[in-house]
Design a protein around this ligand. Structure first.
Ligand SMILES: Nc1ncnc2c1ncn2[C@@H]1O[C@H](COP(=O)(O)OP(=O)(O)O)[C@@H](O)[C@H]1O
Ligand SMILES: [Mg+2]
Length: 249
């Protein structure tokens, strides 16, 4: 069982964002995809749940071709693949409990009581026990991120995709979120894909890190391998030295 993107190409108008992007994520692993702003990290992630379809190439999740999946099948797939959005994306007019229970209410077999129970359990897992009746506006940015996590795990997905889970957070909150990503894996056994431009987070939470550059995976390896890599783009990225990457100053 795995997630596999094979030679994925995706353009918007004349802008070619992915140009032969290939990566495989095995069951039980946490893999981070790093890269500069606007290189196509979110675009890559959206292919995994069929929010975007490749122009060319293939996307496979557990042996199923997501790029060709009919819409109805995609809904089923998404119960299995939780998505933690970049900006938490909570509905401001709903309580925290209603936000977390969103995906559960679409499952016909689930009673109100079992939804409430599951919501409480998910909030407990992200250390927000008893937050059901609060509104998104009443809680901090870090707490909103955690609600986003709770919502993503509510349907007990096998996979969790995290889009920039620590962007814009202070170092202490970042450490809390990183710990949570590791806990999701440890306690729930989920396979994780983390998009980030934070090297420290990537190295902390991942088994493997892949650098997305110019539409392709420029380098991938364990954090140790990446730290030791002598590729100039990798060095430029991890040392924060754009001049090595050939970018204009
Ligand atoms: N739905 C879309 N329509 C048009 N352009 C898009 C769309 N989604 C992303 N892009 C463009 O693709 C590029 C990569 O975007 P994105 O994956 O969001 O970058 P990042 O690596 O920061 O997550 C950007 O130039 C963005 O403007
Ligand atoms: Mg993004």
């Amino acid at each position: 069982m795995s997630i596999r993107l094979e030679e994925v190409h995706k353009a918007f108008g004349r802008k070619e964002v992915l140009r032969g992007f290939t990566i495989e994520i095995h069951e039980g692993e946490t893999v981070s995809i790093i890269g500069g702003s606007g290189v196509g990290k979110s675009v890559a992630l959206k292919h995994i749940v069929g929010l975007l379809r490749p122009d060319r190439g293939e996307v496979w999740v557990d042996g199923e071709n997501v790029g060709r999946m009919p819409q109805q099948e995609l809904y089923k797939l998404r119960r299995n693949v939780g998505y933690v959005f970049q900006f938490a994306a909570l509905f401001d007019s709903m309580t925290i409990g209603e936000n977390v229970g969103m995906g559960l209410r679409r499952i016909p077999e689930m009673s109100r009581a079992s939804i409430a129970e599951r919501v409480a359990e998910c909030l407990r897992l992200v250390d927000l026990e008893g937050f059901e009746e609060r509104m998104p506006a009443e809680i901090s940015g870090g707490q909103r991120k955690r609600v986003g996590f709770a919502r993503a795990i509510a349907t007990e997905p096998k996979y969790l995709l995290y889009d920039e889970p620590t962007t814009g957070l202070d170092p202490v909150t970042t450490a809390v979120i990183d710990e949570l990503i590791m806990r999701m894996r440890r306690e729930l056994g989920v396979t994780g894909v983390v998009i980030t431009h934070d090297m420290n987070s990537a190295f902390r939470v991942s088994d493997r890190v892949a650098l997305l550059h110019e539409g392709r995976v420029r380098f991938q390896g364990t954090p140790t391998e990446m730290r030791a890599a002598d590729d100039r783009i990798v060095r430029g990225f991890i040392e924060g030295r754009p001049e090595l990457m050939g970018a204009a100053p």
